[in-house]
Design a protein around this ligand. Structure first.
Ligand code: SF4
Length: 327
């Protein structure tokens, strides 16, 4: 089966309808045992040091994996993607650009989806069939999310994993669904977590390892993973265009806040961890987040794949102590 790489969540239904194997390049990069080496390979190839680690990782994964086709999100994701696309096209990789319209205009978004459908030679009927298949799995992942915050049965890391994996269904929807079913069956018989603090994690997924277990070892569990939950298309809307209009990640921070604010309240969150990536334009949005959220916010910055460093651990411990004292 031909593999199609992509740089962030795209209308996965189109790739599935085309009978291709979807590969979220971010997931391959961050779960690789060699993720640190991959960023170094990109630097050796010429990527500047002061460029986001995810971009370097995606580049190196594309080169090493031998994937020949890729969808690049040119609007609504990352300001570096256009240059990445140009560099990869020089290596003979076929690139299909996809843009989320900044104003969330339904006509423009439909146009973009149909352009992608033409590229992969699929019809609306095939795409709707793929959506029904994927929504079945997404519904089960939504249940994992509910069990996280409502019944306290799921760890922050598990919540992160299952939601983030929906971006490409780990390349094989049937196998992924079996994994989800198995987890759902096991998790219900666990004793619930007894946390001192309930946290929200907002921002792009962390590039460093071990954040969730470290928090849990200090009595604080993440019960809301903002972006990961968005990858899982949590609203289960019947219309595909509306689904990708409601998806918050590619649009402005105010649209994201319209999801973050009610969810942190519904999930009885005590405080927020805002993760920012070194050299990412999204760091600027931290100013707005701090102004708009009525909760304490700890901003953490990551650069390259690595275990949680000592400085970050000390900052987290200080934040959690402060929260515990306030209580
Ligand atoms: S973290 Fe920021 S700079 Fe890096 S790939 Fe994502 S959007 Fe781009």
């Amino acid at each position: 089966m031909n593999r199609v790489g992509f740089t962030t969540t795209i209308p996965l239904e189109v790739i599935i309808a085309a009978g291709k194997k979807p590969v979220d390049l971010n997931n391959v990069f961050i779960t690789s045992k060699d993720s640190h080496r991959l960023t170094e390979e990109a630097e050796i190839a010429g990527f500047p040091r002061n460029i986001c680690g995810w971009i370097k990782g995606i580049y190196a994964v594309m080169i090493e994996s031998g994937i020949k086709e890729m969808v690049a999100v040119t609007e609504g994701d990352c300001s570096y993607t256009k240059a990445l696309m140009e560099v990869l096209s020089l290596q003979g990789i076929t690139i299909a650009p996809f843009a989320y319209p900044h104003d969330r205009d339904a006509t423009s978004l439909r146009f973009e989806i149909e352009k992608l459908m033409r590229h992969f030679g699929v019809t609306w009927e095939e795409v709707r069939e793929a959506k029904a298949r994927l929504d079945g799995i997404r519904g089960k992942v939504r249940e994992i999310d509910r069990l996280t915050w409502e019944e306290n049965l799921v760890s922050g890391q598990e919540n992160h994993y299952f939601q983030v994996a929906t971006s490409d269904m780990n390349g094989d929807p049937d196998r992924f669904e079996a994994e989800v079913d198995d987890f759902l069956q096991k998790v219900r018989s666990r004793p619930p977590f007894k946390d001192r603090l309930r946290l929200a994690y907002i921002g792009v997924p962390p590039i460093f390892d071990g954040l969730y277990p470290f928090l849990e070892s200090h009595g604080a569990r993440v019960v809301f993973n903002e972006t990961q939950r968005q990858f899982a298309m949590p609203y289960l809307l019947p219309d595909l265009v509306e689904q990708y209009r409601s998806y918050t990640y590619p649009y402005d921070i105010f649209h994201r806040l319209s999801d973050i604010l009610p969810e942190t309240e519904r999930r009885r969150v005590d405080a927020v961890i805002h993760y920012v990536q070194s050299f990412c334009f999204r760091q600027i949005e931290d100013m707005i987040i701090r102004k708009k959220l009525p909760l304490p916010v700890l901003t953490l910055e990551g650069d390259k794949p690595s275990p949680l460093d000592a400085r970050t651990k000390i900052r987290i411990e200080g934040f959690l102590e402060m929260l515990a004292e306030r209580r």
